[in-house]
Design a protein around this ligand. Structure first.
Ligand SMILES: N[C@@H](CCC(=O)N[C@@H](CS)C(=O)NCC(=O)O)C(=O)O
Length: 214
């Protein structure tokens, strides 16, 4: 299998954590999101992923090329059930997926590179306004998630086992730190960040550990 990603991509980071937790070895290939206007927009990449976003996962054995990090993680979960990332009951799986999607659908897309570029480009916002936009959506999403963590978290986001929620949360926190968001109001999020970083799978998936980090 081959994962086309980028060291700072939160979505690729989610998949890297899943691969590490499950002990799956894949080839990594870098798609530079900024160089020369972004390699994700080049014709050869767009032919693989018409959304022009990373990651893309290729499983040549299955003649499969697809996008969307959560679809990739669910695919890995089905093919490699070791170190499960979803709980065993339907009720708990629903709760885990809902929390994970609250990061992946309600926070991440609003602060994605192309959205921020659109704000400072065609919409003519200055850097301070762009930063205010970024912080606004992080705070709105994290405040809601913090309440859910109050109810559901244990050592990790959902009880004492790592789940899909942690795979979504940790890259989002990494990104929020990069944009200097004050996370003081979110003690559960900060605690879970610390706990996840006790695990090699998370440490090794971090952007700075990737071969294309610069
Ligand atoms: N929902 C998608 C999001 C993919 C996505 O937004 N990837 C970002 C990096 S985290 C990207 O490629 N951005 C490039 C751009 O905005 O041009 C997923 O989970 O895979």
């Amino acid at each position: 299998m081959k994962l086309l990603g980028y060291w700072r991509s939160s979505a690729a980071y989610r998949v890297r954590i899943a691969l590490n937790l499950k002990g799956i070895d894949v080839e990594h290939s870098s798609v530079h999101l900024v160089k020369e206007g972004g390699e994700q927009h080049k014709a050869d990449y767009a032919a693989l992923n018409p959304h022009e976003l990373v990651p893309t996962l290729i499983d040549a054995e299955e003649d499969l090329v697809f996008s969307q990090s959560l679809a990739m993680i669910e695919y890995l979960e089905e093919r490699y059930p070791q170190a499960p990332l979803l709980p065993s009951s339907a009720k708990e799986r629903a709760l885990v997926r809902a929390m994970a999607l609250s990061v992946a659908c309600e926070i991440h897309p609003l602060n994605n590179l192309r959205v921020l570029q659109y704000l400072t480009g065609p919409m003519k916002l200055d850097e301070a306004s762009k930063t205010a936009w970024y912080h606004h959506w992080i705070h709105q999403g994290f405040a809601a998630l913090e309440k859910q963590l109050e109810q559901y978290s244990g050592r990790y986001c959902f009880g004492d086992n790592v789940t899909l929620v942690d795979l979504c949360l940790i890259p989002q926190v990494y990104n929020a730190n990069r944009f200097a968001v004050d996370l003081t109001a979110y003690p559960h999020i900060r605690r879970i960040w610390d706990n996840c970083h006790q695990l090699e799978a998370f440490v090794n998936a971090a952007p700075e550990q990737q071969a294309d980090a610069c």
